[in-house]
Design a protein around this ligand. Structure first.
Ligand SMILES: [Zn+2]
Length: 322
């Protein structure tokens, strides 16, 4: 069974927002037993907040939930203390977990002083480093730029300050929740300023296959590929197809066709959904990874399969942190 490295899930938001949330239960697809069963050896845990009142408090709660998870479930999860351990993750008995910030509103509210927010961010990092990536926005617009659902809003002045701040910090920037304008602005600005910030799309599929605002247009996907980034395939039903779970395979093939041999990865995006309708049954939890990989066995080469499952994410982190 191949090891799986997964770039995105919302376990921490579930643990902090839902009464009686249980990382061992079956309410969320990325439960600890599901990760174990699916041979998920690396899992990014997003600190996900919506822009608006209380976003910074919610971010802080999820930082605490991360610490508690590591303490209370040390039979399942471990941190990445030393980047040199990256080589051993795939053979480990544990799921190695690292954090990401899904929306900069998690450390900086709309009215907050930016310098104070950077101090908040540094304090967070003391607990959650290494941080794999930050996305400036979620679906909505904020002080940094335009989210997926915003209309014609790109990178704002505060967004430029944040990007300047992140250069050389060994933290990637994530385009999964940007508007197309913001994605293109981030690509252009980092290039023009010579900023050293890797660019990824942690949990995004392709708009050519499924025309959805959360999916990547080909030009942005190709920029991510050209910059040595990652594109994590999202299992959320809405972003795959209206009816057919097998269309996930088409998204994956499209990524390889765009030249993403070194970029393709998984970003399953499991989050709590009370009615179970957000994911196809075939993709309902992390325990399905072996089935999904078996399904891909006939359409991908062994090299592509290994790259998608763990190799590309592993190499990316090796370049980022070692
Ligand atoms: Zn997301």
């Amino acid at each position: 069974m191949l090891p799986v490295f997964d770039l995105h899930c919302d376990l921490l938001a579930y643990l902090t927002a839902i009464d009686g949330a249980d990382p061992m239960g079956d309410e969320i697809g990325c439960s600890l037993p599901s990760l174990e069963e699916g041979n998920v050896k690396f899992q990014t845990l997003a600190i996900f907040t919506m822009t608006g009142e209380g976003s910074v408090e919610s971010g802080a709660e999820q930082v605490m939930a991360f610490s508690e998870l590591l303490e209370d479930y040390d039979a399942y999860v471990q941190v990445l203390d030393d980047p040199n351990d990256l080589e051993n993750i795939a053979e480990s008995d544990f799921t190695t977990v690292v954090t990401a910030i899904e929306n900069a509103s998690g450390f900086c509210g709309e009215e907050d002083d930016l310098d104070e927010a950077f101090k908040t961010f540094e304090t967070m990092l003391e607990t959650i480093a290494p941080l794999l990536y930050i996305s400036l926005t979620h679906n909505e617009e904020n002080r940094f730029g335009g989210g997926n659902l915003s209309n014609n809003v790109g990178l704002k002045a505060d967004g430029r300050v944040l990007l300047d701040y992140l250069s050389e910090r060994r933290i990637a920037i994530d385009l999964s929740h940007t508007s197309d304008e913001l994605a293109r602005d981030i690509i252009d600005y980092t290039y023009a300023q010579g900023l050293n910030i890797p660019i990824i799309a942690s949990h995004s599929n392709f708009r050519t296959i499924r025309d959805h605002i959360r999916n990547l247009p080909d030009d942005i996907a190709q920029e991510v590929i050209a910059r040595g980034g990652l594109i994590g395939m999202n299992f959320c039903h809405e972003f795959i197809d209206e009816f057919d779970s097998d269309v996930l395979v088409q998204h994956i093939l499209h990524g390889f066709e765009l030249g993403g041999a070194n970029a393709m990865a998984f970003g399953s995006d499991f989050f709590f959904s009370p009615d179970d309708a957000e994911f196809f049954y075939d993709h309902r939890n992390s325990a399905q990874f072996p089935n999904i990989l078996t399904q891909l066995d006939s359409v991908l080469s062994q090299e592509q399969l290994h790259a998608l499952s763990y190799g590309n994410a592993l190499h990316f982190m090796n370049r980022l942190w070692r």
